[in-house]
Design a protein around this ligand. Structure first.
Ligand SMILES: O=C(O)c1ccccc1NCC(=O)[C@H](O)[C@H](O)COP(=O)(O)O
Length: 251
């Protein structure tokens, strides 16, 4: 069960249990973040579809694992026109690490999102990034964690999957919201999720469509439904990442 008492897929239960076990950082971090809104404006000015390309070595729903150096992947994604990068730092289920994020952030000049399952304030202090993910479903005190992230200089991306989570995110003061098309209860992906939630998001919120985007048709569909940017992992990691990112940024 999650914080709302809802069932979770076993893999997600395991991810969440590991997250609750993970130690936080010892010292409070302070970040001089690269602006995501500036990066979005640059992409729009260049005529690129804003894509957050994800360095995702593996996942519970991916067959196999990609062991390329994350820095090589990151540079290849930027070469394809990525507006920002997302780097998994969850070690047990996604093959990520804080070291990978640090190295990637030092190697590129686009904003970098830390993709992890943060459940406690001290876990914000494990590594610097420009954006940090907060998953509404897994965080009890969303406004407290959002504020803690902002005080450290992060741009928090609050992930939602339902209308109720959207309302919690808005009440907490989120101005950067991602709608995850993947249901973390069943691990099923349905792009209708974004289409059903997006109309309820105020215009002054930056809105990101996450997960399950596998084709240029999907990109156009999410953009038509109001996505300011797209977060894409698996479809980029499968094959030549520069070609894959370019296909999506030019869709
Ligand atoms: O991707 C998974 O298998 C997964 C399983 C359990 C919890 C979370 C999971 N993914 C996290 C993500 O948010 C995605 O990595 C991200 O949105 C990119 O999705 P995709 O383009 O479908 O790889």
């Amino acid at each position: 069960m999650d914080a709302n008492g809802e069932e979770l897929a076993p893999a997600v239960r395991s991810i969440l249990d590991a997250a609750h076990e993970r130690a936080g950082g010892e010292e409070r971090i302070s970040v001089d973040a690269r602006s995501f809104s500036d990066a979005l404006a640059d992409a729009e000015a260049d005529g690129r579809v804003p894509v957050i390309a994800e360095v995702k070595p593996t996942s519970p729903t991916t067959a196999g694992r990609r062991d390329d150096d994350p820095v090589d992947l990151a540079r290849a994604m930027v070469a394809g026109g990525a507006t920002a990068l997302s780097v998994l730092t969850e070690p047990e289920h996604f093959g990520g690490s804080t070291d990978a994020l640090e190295r990637v952030r030092a190697a590129v000049d686009v904003p970098v999102l830390r993709k992890d399952f943060i459940v406690e304030e001290s876990q914000l202090d494990l590594v610097a990034s420009d954006l940090t993910l907060l998953i509404a479903r897994f965080v009890d005190d969303l406004s407290g964690l959002l504020q803690a992230a902002e005080e450290r200089g992060f741009q928090p991306l609050v992930e939602v999957h339902t209308r109720a989570e959207l309302d919690r995110a808005l009440d907490a003061g989120a101005d950067l919201i991602g709608v995850n098309n993947r249901d973390l209860g069943a691990l099923e992906v349905d792009l209708d999720t974004f289409e059903s939630i997006a109309p309820h998001v105020p215009d002054d919120v930056t809105l990101i469509a996450e997960s399950g985007i596998g084709s240029t048709d999907d990109v156009r569909r999410m953009r038509s439904a109001g996505a300011d940017a797209l977060l894409i992992g698996s479809a980029i990691m499968d094959g030549d990442v520069t070609d894959n990112v370019r296909r999506f940024t030019t869709a």
